[in-house]
Design a protein around this ligand. Structure first.
Ligand code: PA5
Length: 432
């Protein structure tokens, strides 16, 4: 993974970046020395190095058992309890997964909305497929996944009988607390524990992310190796000049102070759509408090160049862009030569689609820089487990540094409670 700021230097000079170096270094130390706010939620820092061979084996064993008897596995969870897994799975899997026959089951998602039609359609699919359920909730009490689980559990029990259903349902939750833990113990579901010191949005490298990713047929070992490599790089670099996470946090901080209140994370690779969703949640819930923080937004190009492109180029000057770049495609699709050349595309015939995509990216960046939108670039050579692992750890650490630079607690989310309280009151939940 590589990061560069060349196209942000018109706004963020080396000089004003250096001004933030001591602040970024101090914020990094606050995180790694565990001396700041939310310091009981810093378990993610050491996860990739500390996860044991036994824990990995357990996840792989359970994943193989579920995959062995399921055409579909439904991951039930919301926020940090599903976005990390989905980010990795959708980046790695075939773009049209449900339409191609592959060995691993198709992963579907539930519990992240309360759309009745969505649940109906999901049940329709589950009527016709062999399936299993992975229900994930750290608190074990979140309404959306709990409601989806109640419905899917009943469906599963009716379809397979209670005993067989118990072998098709796996719970990932707190070691002791919450309704899901109680239910899992009562029913005897295989259960994985979310460590106390890892919050939802930092939990992708625990069974929360690892189990669904392994079920989908991807290597959690390589993912962890990538994260471990990035951990090693960042933890061994206490100086600003050597630490890309501090630099990214400092560039963002400087742009924020200059009035850029929105970070638009973009990619020319649609497979990274959910990686951007994961990023949005990580930074949104970590930074957006005390009336501070950069609003994390996302876009996929070229698609959104034809919707948001106009605004980015000429709208209110309040945003900067971070472009996730994938250097190489895994496959080639040839551009055919056409005698008639009616569409005028023969001039592209010798080029690869990937090359053209990169040139579109270059052209976009030039245009946006002309329009005074600072562009940061995060590149990976290709999409694979290793580089996704590197990026996950990189953004997690950057987010912690960034939160501490803003002087907020990057590990709580008090604002999320507000809507829940209103909803419970309106629903007439006892006690609200
Ligand atoms: O990052 C977080 O902590 C949140 O987004 C949670 O993951 C989300 O609210 C789901 O919570 P739970 O896993 O307790 O159901």
């Amino acid at each position: 993974m590589d990061i560069n700021y060349n196209d942000a230097l018109f706004a963020v000079t080396e000089e004003n970046l250096q001004k933030h170096a001591p602040h970024a270094e101090a914020a990094f130390q606050t995180a790694v020395q565990k001396t700041g706010r939310g310091n009981d939620f810093l378990g993610w820092i050491d996860l990739p190095a500390e996860i044991s061979e036994n824990d990995i084996n357990e996840v792989e064993k359970c994943a193989a058992a579920l995959a062995g008897k399921s055409q579909v596995v439904v991951v039930i969870g919301i926020g940090g309890s599903y976005l990390g897994a989905r980010a990795v799975i959708e980046a790695l899997q075939h773009s049209f997964r449900p339409m191609v026959a592959e060995k691993a089951p198709t992963i579907l998602y539930a519990g992240n909305s309360m759309s009745e039609d969505y649940l109906h359609d999901l049940l329709d699919v589950l009527d016709q497929k062999d399936y299993s359920l992975i229900v994930i909730s750290k608190s074990g009490t979140t309404t959306e996944p709990a409601l989806a689980f109640r419905i899917l559990k009943e469906h599963c029990e009716k379809k397979y009988g209670v005993d067989e259903a118990r072998t098709r349902i796996v719970a990932v939750t707190d070691k002791a607390r919450g309704a899901l833990k109680t239910l899992a113990t009562q029913e005897g579901y295989p259960t994985f524990v979310i460590p106390d010191d890892v919050g939802g949005r930092y939990s992708v490298l625990t069974p929360v992310g690892l189990l669904p990713i392994a079920v989908a047929g991807f290597s959690i070992r390589k993912l962890l190796e990538g994260a471990k490599a990035m951990r090693q790089l960042l933890l061994s670099a206490p100086k600003f000049a050597d630490n890309p996470a501090m630099q990214y946090a400092a560039v963002r901080y400087e742009l924020y102070n200059q009035g850029c209140k929105v970070e638009l994370m973009t990619s020319f690779e649609p497979k990274l759509y959910f990686f951007i969703e994961w990023f949005k949640q990580l930074f949104g819930e970590s930074e957006g408090k005390e009336h501070k923080g950069i609003f994390p937004a996302g876009a996929i190009f070229s698609t959104d160049l034809h919707s948001l492109g106009q605004y980015i180029q000429e709208g209110t000057r309040q945003l900067f862009e971070t472009v996730l770049t994938v250097e190489n495609a895994h496959h080639k699709v040839a551009i055919p030569f056409d005698e008639q050349n009616t569409d005028g595309l023969n001039y592209l015939q010798q080029r690869s689609i990937n090359e053209i995509n990169h040139i579109a990216q270059q052209g976009t960046c030039l245009a946006h820089v002309d329009g005074k939108v600072a562009n940061l670039k995060v590149s990976i050579p290709e999409i694979n487990e290793h580089y996704l692992g590197e990026m996950i750890y990189f953004f997690e650490m950057s987010c912690a540094i960034s939160g501490y630079m803003l002087d907020v607690n990057p590990f709580d989310q008090p604002g999320v409670e507000a809507y829940k309280k209103n909803m419970f009151k309106l629903l007439g939940k006892p006690g609200f």
